[in-house]
Design a binder for this molecule. Structure first.
Ligand SMILES: [Zn+2]
Length: 150
């Protein structure tokens, strides 16, 4: 599997950890290039080093659980009923899209997403959180990370 598919899937694993540790629900943007990625979430302050360490720990614990990455399609209204608005990010899905592609790491993170993913969290490798930057004017935290094999 390609490195970018692993790095992209790492975004979903990391997002689950960020939601748990920071309570940050909304993703405003994402970026993936080879083994590097960036997750940008709506948040009110810079995370502490302890919080970043916990995010990294939680994400890598989910990886070692070898959790299934379930991909499926669901009608948009039904998906909202099942999972609520947290399937969305702060970049809109066009109204013309009535069937959503969903990615679910059970009891961890569910998101609509059209990209390719690995089938198990263990396929991601190891996630290293490199740095976080708080953009006060945008109320955003950018979390930079990279993945390593095995
Ligand atoms: Zn995805």
């Amino acid at each position: 599997m390609s490195t970018e598919v692993r790095t992209h899937t790492a975004l979903h694993v990391l997002k689950g950890a960020v939601q748990r540790v920071l309570g940050a629900k909304w993703t405003t943007s994402t970026y993936v290039k080879e083994d590097h990625g960036r997750l940008v979430v709506r948040y009110e302050r810079k995370p502490t080093p302890e919080e970043l360490a916990r995010i990294s720990e939680e994400a890598n614990r989910k990886i070692t659980e070898n959790a299934e990455v379930v991909q499926f399609e669901m009608e948009r209204g039904e998906a909202m009923q099942h999972f609520g608005d947290s399937i969305y990010d702060l970049f809109p899905v066009p109204a013309s899209v009535t069937i959503l592609k969903l990615v679910n790491i059970p009891d961890w993170n569910v998101n609509c997403c059209v990209a390719k993913h690995v089938e198990s969290t263990s396929d991601v490798g190891t996630i290293s959180v490199d740095r976080a930057r708080f953009r006060n004017s945008r109320r955003e935290v950018e979390i930079e990370f990279h993945v390593e094999s095995g």
